[in-house]
Design a protein around this ligand. Sequence first.
Ligand code: GLN
Length: 536
Amino acid sequence: MRYVVITGGVISGLGKGTLTSSLSYLLKCHGIKVTTLKIDPYLNYDAGTMNPYQHGEVFVLDDGSEVDLDLGNYERFLDTSLSGRNNITTGKIYKEVIERERRGEYLGSTVQIIPHITNEIKRRIREIGNNSGAQVALIEVGGTVGDIESMPFLEALRELNREKDTESMIFCHVTLVPEVGGNMEQKTKPTQHSVKALREIGIQPDVIFCRSRNKLSPDSVRRISLFTDVNEEGVVSVTDVPNVYLVPDLLRRQGIDRFIISKLGLGAGDFKDIWAEYKNNLVNPKKRVTIALVGKYVELQDAYISHKEAFSHITGKTGIAVDIKWINSDDLLSDISVLEDVHGIIVPGGFGYRGFEGKLRAARFSREREVPYLGICLGFQVAVVEFARNVLGLENASSTEFDPKTPHPVIDLLPEQMGVMDKGGTMRLGSKKVLIKEGSLARELYGKDEVYERHRHRYEVNPVYIDRFEKAGLKFSGTDEDRIRMEIAEMPSNPGMIAVQYHSEFLSRPLNPSVVHEYLVRSALKYREHLVEAAA
Ligand code: GLN
């Protein structure tokens, strides 16, 4: 197996995930089979129980694993579907080792970080490498070099580098080169220190990715190379680009793809830029729409990263750029006028009561003013509750998640969730079949009668109310396999409205974008053109 390890230094948030994804994309374009895995050195078993303010969005895979958002980037860049095994956490490693110890499998020995924890780390990395059929596994190590948490992982990687079944392994380190003073001088000292910390652990980097405002000066490259023993060819400038899908081009222009491929001892095939056309539209969109994203974590856009990316995918396909207007749903309670200038509204998934009433306002605004609306998961439930309260006249209708005593529980706990106490990994999770009714808008959009989509929820439309909804004009056009659970809702009186219980954003890919996000954007453009006509 061949490995490319990506570590980070100086500060967090330098975009290691995007760099890892971009490298994997470049290798793929050279005809090399790759897989990616993320190491998260926290003690949580998985990302599922974490608040989005901690690490951003919780991403969901086909197999129902709740993982770090970087796996979403890997899937989008590689156009592949990964499994929970591609996300290793300290929690998973320790759980496994302690369970083995309880079974007596260590035959009386003292169980220690080295070799027991490190062996389990190596076993999992090898397993991914061998089972994926890939030639190269890219391994992104979360956190910053020097953190206590990441030590066992770096030690395991150092060891892996020396082992017989490792054909080649290269280390890439991502750092920051700040520019300070009146003359904006580039400072390489933080990079020098960070590489020093890495070398103390026994890891010598082969490539240094330097995040900096401007391209590295020849002098900065020389200094970094001199102090770190990294070949000048391996010192790469990573400046900001307007869109993550342009990062591979930035790297390729500096020849780092060929440098890495040759260091790995592989031959570079002909380069085929898979996204060539896709990027044309992305860089030169012909039209624009403004979409309000109404959520409660809007201060941290990473909490909704898959939606942001899905809109990029639509721009690439249609040439319609999307300006997202980030709206804190609670703000709508005092002032709804911020929705006046948008052409469409998306209410994404969420948990907990905070922000719920504001989201209902957004759904009502959409219905009454016929503004295109896309509801995802909680956004679907919001549309249902709004309709119950304001069209069916069911006073105080709600979801039992927010109001357990509501007189009209139009959204209620899934029956199999009764009595579930553990919070981790217990929702209705992962890829499930959705049946789509003939003659519906959804059927027209998907062009087929069944699709697989990823789920993450505990609540659903209460079947008792379905008839009343349908008679009043809220149609359920998609259900689960047993036709008991409602999966898609549409409203013929507001043709730009569609809402889904699943998370279509998780499967949106650059060349195969989410169907419902595309519908929102196209409807928003129509709405915008209609506004212009009306004004004329
Ligand atoms: N809180 C809702 C539920 O559990 C919606 C979940 C979501 O939006 N992901 O059903």
